[in-house]
Design a protein around this ligand. Structure first.
Ligand SMILES: [Zn+2]
Ligand SMILES: [Zn+2]
Length: 464
């Protein structure tokens, strides 16, 4: 099938422009302003690199956001082209119709439109302009208005912002590395007029990333993920960070949870008043969960505590702390519950019954008695959509009992269950798995779901 036929006058005009890139670039000087956004969308989707670059050069609006576009491999070069097209505007020319671009936003899925609506009363007229850095347009403008009588403080170019998400991890591709280099070069070329505003930073090997970190104002961060490092290095980073909404730490080492580094870390957590998501992975917190959690806001919605070696006391605290009162997601995967007492886990589920949408408890050594103990609380989690409790030593009768109690939960659509122990010669040795027994389990559960009128609920499992 050929491309869809253009069906409106606007579609027809854009279709014609895209057919001849040179003519399209030439026409940018004359086409009506209203045509810019639809032409940009079509050029971005069609990966018309030259047109996109030329459009950035003469963009007639204050801001330009990638918005909801997904940047797949072919689009990567578009971001580079957009960066190349970004020009620093001399102060004298600010009155002309073109160009007007002052905020280029290269983040994906940021939930914003290509340009911000006119109703925005902020200056600059962009809902996503930086509000934190001393180098933001907002702060520079307010300083300029205070010091307008002093001519030497006037810069030669109009202040601009480049909003990005940055991932600096060991396995980035050569292309991503080149993109990062281009970002930094652009900032250096601007002689101080371009603020590189990073909102989401993923970083590993903190000690080796000084060069890039020196170019960033960490106050702009909304989300920070650190993979691998010492808690001392993490503290150094947090000392420069502003208000995070999302904070992830993975494979973090700490000499002693009773030492100064951990105390400093807790004092940084105490300042995270707007935190919405906390993700600790492979960060051993045995008997110290209370110290880390109790200083956080009670508005926390997403909590991942995986491979944290949580103790019985940690679970008891989790069941009582106000910070875990409104969780939508709780992931406590790979924290073995070797104890018999199911009360802490029951209490956690009982308190979250009105909000919990996603529960993950893989590889927690959940036994039949533990599952039986929490069924009354779990079956009251009316908002639950995803339950993942794979790789736990549960029997087939217990699995069937659980299914009967969960089928009334109408929001629950996905259950990832453990392969019952009878399917193994020796649980959980993969080589001892009896495929026929597993096939029987799957067929049995499927039949039960059908009989319960819940064929829309998907139960699945995998060895591991
Ligand atoms: Zn905007
Ligand atoms: Zn900023």
């Amino acid at each position: 099938m050929d491309n869809k036929k253009p069906n409106t006058l606007l579609d027809l005009a854009i279709h014609q422009l895209l057919k001849n890139e040179t003519a399209a670039i030439h026409a940018l000087e004359e086409i009506p302003r209203d045509l810019f956004v639809p032409l940009f969308c079509a050029s971005f989707k069609g990966v018309h690199k030259s047109i996109v670059k030329a459009m950035v050069k003469v963009w007639p609006y204050t801001c330009l956001h990638i918005g909801t576009f997904t940047v797949r491999k072919p689009h990567r070069e578009l971001l580079t082209a957009m960066l190349e097209g970004l020009q620093f505007l001399p102060v004298q020319n600010s009155g002309s119709r073109i160009p007007k671009l002052r905020i280029l936003d290269l983040r994906e899925d940021s939930g914003c439109k290509i340009i911000c609506p006119k109703i925005c009363t902020k200056s600059p007229e962009c809902l996503f302009s930086c509000a934190h850095s001393e180098n933001s347009i907002l702060k520079i403008q307010s300083r300029q208005s205070i010091a307008s009588s002093e001519p030497e403080v006037q810069p030669s170019s109009i202040p601009m912002e480049l909003i990005v998400n940055i991932s600096i991890v060991s396995n980035i591709t050569l292309r991503e590395h080149e993109y990062l280099t281009l970002l930094l070069n652009k900032v250096e070329d601007s002689s101080g007029s371009l603020h590189l505003c990073c909102r989401d930073l993923e970083i590993d090997e903190l000690g080796d990333r000084r060069n890039i970190l020196n170019h960033l104002d960490l106050k702009c961060l909304v989300s920070l993920s650190v993979f691998q490092g010492s808690l001392v290095d993490v503290n150094n980073l947090l000392a420069q960070v502003g208000q995070l909404r999302r904070f992830c730490l993975s494979r973090i080492t700490c000499r002693s949870l009773n030492g100064k580094a951990f105390r400093n870390f807790v004092s940084h957590l105490r300042c995270m008043d707007h935190l919405n998501e906390l993700n600790f992975h492979s960060f051993v917190l045995t008997d110290h969960l209370e110290a880390a959690l109790r200083v956080l806001p009670t508005s926390l919605e997403f909590l991942h505590l995986t491979f944290c070696e949580l103790s019985y006391n940690d679970f008891k605290f989790l069941a009582e702390c106000p910070q875990a009162n409104h969780l939508k997601l709780l992931n406590i995967t790979h924290n073995p519950m070797y104890w018999e007492d199911c009360e802490p886990f029951y209490n956690i589920l009982h308190r979250l019954s009105g909000t919990l949408q996603h529960l993950a408890v893989n590889q927690c050594v959940l036994t039949d008695s533990m599952v039986a103990g929490v069924i009354p609380a779990l079956s009251r989690c009316t908002q639950l959509r995803v339950l993942n409790f794979s790789s736990n030593p549960v029997s087939m009768p217990m699995l069937m009992r659980l299914l009967e109690h969960l089928t009334p939960l109408l929001e629950l659509k996905y259950v990832i269950y453990p392969i019952p122990v009878h399917c193994y010669g020796r649980w959980p040795i993969q080589d001892s798995l009896d495929e026929q027994k597993l096939a029987n389990v799957k067929a049995r559960l499927k039949r039960m779901l059908r009989e319960a009128g819940r064929s829309d609920m998907i139960w699945f499992t995998f060895p591991g």
